[in-house]
Design a protein around this ligand. Structure first.
Ligand code: ADP
Ligand code: MG
Length: 346
């Protein structure tokens, strides 16, 4: 039996474990939170600090392949693991993508478009960024679900926000978004790729709210986005499932927002819409298992369930076309992703 180690114990790890079980891959989750939801879905659970050398070694020695569920894991941790066991996606890729500056530089170097931005290390740098206003100041590291972001409409706004220059930032032009789409793609060692059709996403307070297929964007935009995602995975020699988030403005310009080197929230609907979900594809690719050609079976809409909203769903009678996923998180903090509902729409 193939044994897969997963670093991180949140809902993405849980869904990876469920997919692994389906294809008889044994899972060991390594996480630094003793309440990690994924422990309920994994075959084995190791609760330890991401810097604990002995625990990392034990973990690496008991699995055949290692992957991770989120990008905010230090390069040192992943690199240490990769000396003992094969880690995919390659830690070098995570290093590029976990920093918004190196991520954007990498994307631009390939001739792909991002919104205009500027590296900001000081108040002086920020004050020189007026051409990018209204803009969004984002920490280069550790941001997710809009955390570590400040909207700056004009220079006087800068005085009213408390910016910690111990961190580095990028100031990005705030564009008028017409639509957001994402492309979820899995690349195998054989170079074969599974590309899901573009998914249309709506955000609320910078947090993903709904994802829908089919998306309502033009065929031309779909094709450009798909080609860009394919090019990124090839250039990175990426193994596993990755997601590329795109912005589309009112003039139909397509920009790459960010790359997630992992399974992605917008791809959760693939569990119910395709013969192989983004999770199963990831497990197959990182464990070097058989590639299965992708087939779409349904259209669907996925709704994220945040905070105490989850209570409404726990006892809800579901229709035959509704699929509810409870992440089994202990505490329903406001805006925390607690579960999702996928509705088959055809
Ligand atoms: P995170 O890493 O937290 O997902 P993102 O950079 O993807 O952060 O931003 C979250 C959401 O905020 C985006 O999906 C989009 O809706 C909005 N947003 C981010 N940057 C911009 C921008 N430059 N212009 C307009 N909207 C933006
Ligand atoms: Mg994002």
């Amino acid at each position: 039996m193939v044994k897969l180690g997963i670093v991180g114990g949140g809902q993405l790890a849980s869904m990876l474990c469920q997919a692994a079980k389906k294809i008889s891959v044994q899972t060991t989750v390594f996480a630094d939170d003793k309440n990690s939801p994924a422990q309920h879905f994994a075959d084995n659970f190791i609760y330890a600090n991401y810097e604990a050398e002995k625990s990392l070694t034990d973990f690496a020695n008991q699995v055949d392949f290692i992957t991770y569920e989120f990008e905010n894991i230090s390069f040192e941790t992943l690199n240490r693991l990769s000396k003992l066991c094969e880690v995919n996606p390659n830690p070098r890729i995570n290093q590029i993508v976990q920093n918004r500056l190196s991520e954007k530089q990498f994307i631009n170097k390939l001739g792909l478009k991002t919104v205009d931005y500027k590296f900001v290390q000081s108040l002086e740098d920020l004050n020189k960024g007026s051409a990018l206003l209204p803009g969004i100041l984002k920490t280069t590291r550790m941001g997710y679900d809009g955390k570590g972001q400040f909207v700056i409409n004009s220079i006087p706004d800068i005085k009213n926000i408390n910016i910690n220059f111990q961190n580095e930032y990028i100031l990005e032009k705030k564009i008028k978004l017409k639509k957001e789409i994402s492309i979820v793609i899995t690349r195998y060692k054989s170079n074969q790729t599974s590309i899901y059709e573009p998914i249309e996403n709506t955000h609320n307070n910078q947090i993903l709210s709904e994802s829908i297929i089919p998306s309502s964007v033009s065929e031309a935009i779909k094709a450009t986005a798909t080609t860009a995602a394919q090019k990124l995975t090839e250039e990175l020699e990426y193994i596993g499932t990755m997601c590329v988030e795109f912005f589309i403005d009112n003039q139909d310009n397509l920009y790459i927002n960010e790359i997630a080197p992992r399974v992605h929230n917008s791809g959760h609907l693939t569990i119910n819409t395709h013969n192989v979900s983004q999770f199963e594809n990831h497990v197959r690719a990182v464990c070097d298992l058989e590639f299965i050609p992708l087939k779409k079976i349904h259209n669907a809409k996925m709704i994220n369930i945040l905070g105490s909203e989850i209570l409404k769903y726990k006892n809800k009678k579901l229709d035959a076309n509704e699929f509810f996923f409870d992440y089994l998180k202990k505490e329903a903090k406001p805006n925390r992703k607690m579960g999702h509902l996928t509705i088959i729409t055809d």
